[in-house]
Design a binder for this molecule. Structure first.
Ligand code: G16
Length: 551
């Protein structure tokens, strides 16, 4: 196969980044994710693939984010970002897995040639890549491997290193670089440009409203701490953060009993915040790369922990957007819809379905984002706090050309336009989502308790089950039913039938080596019991050691 590949250069670099034996890599829910120490060859090869992707798109800038987000500190990962800041196109995920699993340099080069051939790529096209990493200790070495890949495939200037920053900033940089000077211009392609854009929109939206109270933000001891500190300078006197869990030095603290995933899975307050929250005061948690957001507070009456997750954020934001569209005089001209996954609490789905079209899709931002794009305004949030709002081109054009006929319509239209700037539509963004929530609460004059009162969550529980081979778990119906292992779904159904308002499903995680079990039911005890019974079933079916059965 003749592809004009710089074969000798590739070969030389590839020899420095050999694939570890007997490891099988898979491009999962959010790219490759495993122990950082295993990822050297994957990083090099993803550098090459990012260059090829850019060449395939005529030199458009592709993003590479080195992060394992909510995973433990020892893990790391890499995901590729397409030109509008969206996740890598699905057909290329298989190229990524194909390159990552080549056992030798010879096989790697053969596979690269096959990708060039199948993708109809002209190797003489320019390639542009921007990359960044989070604060993980393995990050710097992995970035060096990535840089070798970028050089080997001839990326212009060896790529643009955006340094240590959040996943949403990287997505923003990709989108702004590719849209600069076009009708879809999305802002200045720099981290400062990102902060300035959010700050300007925040100031416009809060103008004339009482300033929100200072907000405690749990930064998961991750890169979100840097982003909160940098952004704070842009909003002095307008918005005040009280950052906690900001320790980027002490080994082992990233995501440890901190951050959005801890809050969601343990349904409790991060220990570092114990005693710091007064009743009714709201606080927020980011995850390790600041693309997920959870809110929580202590009940005014009982001081019990109350969680405001992605479902509650979706309900708040979608409700506010509907009101603004109506107030702007645009009812019937913009279709609003919400996208969720199987993890959405049954109560939230019921609440939303009475008001708006709601769609359920498989886990993973790429699925949600795509489905949300079918609406004029698509609100998507996973229950774990990962989400954003996307506005169609038609909606953006309509907002800009709309001629309001009353002062109320003018105000609502202006607010909608500012919200399109405050919201990072490229991807879920903890900082931008937090500001969005605060703006909506300030507009409505809501406390956390009032926000939470929209509907009551069904008690639910999420359990992780370690099995020898998670790839054996195949699902259908937006992951709500198992098709394999054959017969397991029937057993789950039989268990669920025993619980009032019971629901449970099982799926393989795409970011951790585990199977996830979700259950909800009418009471806390019933939800816990159902989750652990289903988890036990999965564990036994997989032939797990009875001594380590989940309980
Ligand atoms: C990633 C994805 C999310 C997904 C989460 C968990 O989040 O971007 O869409 O919900 O993983 O996925 P899974 O259940 O397959 O492990 P993050 O924040 O870790 O990048």
């Amino acid at each position: 196969m003749q592809t004009d590949l710089p074969e000798e250069v590739l070969r030389e670099y590839s020899e420095k980044h050999k694939k570890p034996e007997s490891v099988n890599f898979a491009y999962g829910t959010a790219g490759f994710r495993t122990l950082g120490e295993r990822l050297d060859s994957v990083m090099f090869r993803m550098g090459v693939l990012a260059g090829l992707r850019s060449k395939a798109l005529g030199g458009k800038t592709i993003g590479v984010m080195v992060t394992a987000s909510h995973n433990p500190e020892a893990d790391n990962g890499v995901k590729l970002v397409d030109p509008m800041g969206e996740m890598l196109e699905q057909s290329w995920e298989s190229y990524a897995t194909y390159l990552a699993n080549a056992e030798t340099t010879d096989e790697f080069i053969t596979n690269v040639q096959a990708v060039i051939y199948r993708g109809g790529i002209s190797i003489s096209q320019p390639a542009n890549v921007v990359y960044a990493r989070d604060t993980r200790p393995s990050g710097a070495a992995l970035v060096a491997a990535l840089e070798d890949g970028l050089k080997a495939i001839g990326v212009e200037g060896g790529g643009w290193n955006a340094g240590v920053t959040t996943t949403p900033v990287l997505h923003y940089l990709v989108r702004t670089t590719n849209t600069k000077g076009t009708p879809e211009d999305y802002g200045e392609p720099s981290e400062e440009g990102y902060y300035s854009k959010l700050a300007a929109a925040l100031k416009a939206l809060l103008s004339g409203k009482p300033s929100p109270p200072p907000l405690i933000v749990d930064c998961a001891n991750g890169v979100g701490a840097l982003s909160v500190a940098a952004f704070s300078k842009h909003v002095e006197g307008v918005f005040q953060f009280q950052p906690t869990n900001t320790d980027l030095q002490t080994p082992g603290l990233l995501n440890f009993k901190a951050g959005a995933d801890f809050v969601k899975t343990s349904q409790s307050i991060p220990p570092a915040l114990q005693g710091k929250l007064s009743a009714g005061q709201r606080a927020a948690s980011f995850d390790g790369d600041a693309d997920r957001l959870m809110y929580f507070y202590l009940d005014d009456q009982t001081s019990q922990f109350r969680m405001l997750d992605g479902d509650k954020i979706a309900a708040l934001v979608a409700g506010h957007l509907v009101e603004l569209v109506n107030a702007a005089g645009l009812a019937g001209r913009i279709e609003l819809g919400v996208v969720q996954t199987a993890y959405a609490n049954g109560s939230s789905t019921k609440f939303l379905e009475k008001r708006l079209p709601v769609k359920c899709v498989p886990t993973g931002v790429k699925h949600l984002h795509h489905a949300a794009e079918a609406f004029g305004i698509g609100v998507y949030f996973e229950a774990n706090g990962h989400g954003t709002v996307v506005f169609s081109k038609e909606t953006l054009a309509l907002l800009n050309s709309h001629q309001p006929s009353t002062p109320e319509q003018t105000k609502a239209t202006e607010d909608l336009i500012q919200l399109t700037k405050l919201i990072n539509s490229a991807v879920g963004d903890a900082l931008s989502d937090l500001l969005l929530v605060e703006v909506v609460l300030a507009s409505k004059g809501y406390t956390a308790t009032q926000w939470n009162s929209s509907y009551s969550d069904l008690p639910n529980r999420l359990v992780k089950v370690l099995v020898p081979d998670r790839s054996l778990y195949k699902t259908t119906d937006a992951e709500r039913k198992l098709t394999e292992p054959v017969g397991l779904q029937e057993k789950i159904d039989a268990l669920v039938a025993q619980y009032e308002a019971g629901r449970s499903f099982v799926r393989a995680s795409g970011t951790e080596d585990a199977v996830r079990v979700y259950a909800e039911a009418g009471t806390r005890e019933a939800a816990d019991e159902l989750a652990f019974k289903v988890a036990g079933l999965v564990y036994d079916e997989a032939g797990g050691d009875p001594a380590k059965r989940p309980k």
